[in-house]
Write a protein that binds this ligand. Structure first.
Ligand SMILES: [Zn+2]
Ligand SMILES: [Zn+2]
Length: 101
């Protein structure tokens, strides 16, 4: 477990913070996920009309929906869909009722 790093801030996974795994061993921690949520899900108005397809670090698909780019590691992206999936997984873990449907 000590080898698992967040792809977006390279912080090692510790038990006191949530970490969500992507499909190919990539990971995002709760802190980065919060930042990603704010910039993708919450920022509904600011769409990316001229978005070029960008490879999402979590699902490895070329995505044209909104993506969050890591400020510290610009090669790391997470797409809107993965943000939603990861947030749901974290909410399950933490019993965070605020994001539950
Ligand atoms: Zn992180
Ligand atoms: Zn994705």
């Amino acid at each position: 477990m000590e080898d698992v790093l967040c792809d977006f801030c390279h912080t090692p996974w510790t038990l006191d913070r949530p970490m969500v795994e992507g499909h190919h061993g990539s990971c995002i921690c709760g802190n980065c996920l919060r930042a990603a949520w704010a910039l993708t899900v919450t920022a509904q108005a600011s769409d990316r009309p001229e978005a070029a397809p960008t490879k999402c670090t979590m699902c490895l698909e070329e995505r044209t929906d909104r993506l969050f780019q890591s400020p510290a590691f610009p090669e790391a992206f997470i797409c809107l869909r993965c943000v939603r999936l990861a947030s749901r997984a974290v909410a399950r873990d933490q019993e965070d009722a605020s994001t539950a449907e």
